[in-house]
Write a new protein. Structure first.
Length: 185
């Protein structure tokens, strides 16, 4: 083999190795440069049914729905709130978890009607779901880059509840924390 042929082959192999390494390095840099930019926004009351009362509407922070109260007086009472999960980042974001404490219920009648508070809490519909599909939020759900998902929170009595209340019940809802992570491939 001629010396010039060997040099051409070595240059060719060197070029392939450099191209491969450059491409690999670019892919790693590209993924690591992409940032998460996800937050909650635009919370508002969307529907009120019956004599439900909301003393103070909830607020959202970057990753939580802050604590709030709802007053329920009958099994047909409920309220819904909507808000957006906004992904302004360059990568898909997964819902790692939705951490919510169970609400507490208190009779606001005097004298207190403890049974009403127990009945409301035992028959409470407290859920988070996608407004467009009515599907409940789940771990590993993906919010695509540069999109937003509208979410509904519902607080009220379960439809199948056939109970009578003697007075109004205050439902105390605590902070709900959303934990997000980069989409797992």
């Amino acid at each position: 083999m001629k010396k010039s042929t060997i040099i051409v082959i070595l240059i060719f192999v060197f070029a392939i190795v450099v191209a491969f390494k450059t491409n690999q390095s670019y892919a790693l840099t590209d993924d690591s440069d992409k940032k998460m930019n996800v937050y909650l926004s635009n919370i508002k009351i969307s529907q009120m049914q019956g004599n439900v009362y909301v003393p103070e509407s909830p607020e959202v922070s970057d990753s939580s729905v802050k604590a709030f109260d709802v007053i329920i007086g009958s099994p047909n009472d409920y309220v819904t709130f909507t808000f957006d999960i906004v992904n302004n980042g360059d990568i898909g974001i997964e819902i790692d978890s939705v951490v919510k404490e169970m609400p507490k219920c208190f009779s606001i009648e005097y004298p207190e009607i403890v049974n009403d508070a127990t009945l409301v809490c035992n028959n409470l519909d407290y859920s988070y779901f996608y407004t467009s599909s009515n599907d409940e939020l789940s771990k590993n759900d993906v919010i695509e880059p540069h999109t937003k998902e509208n979410i509904t929170i519902k607080i009220g009595m379960k439809k199948e509840s056939n109970i009578e209340l003697n007075g109004e019940v205050q439902v105390v809802l605590y902070d709900t924390e959303f934990v997000f992570r980069k989409e797992q491939s």
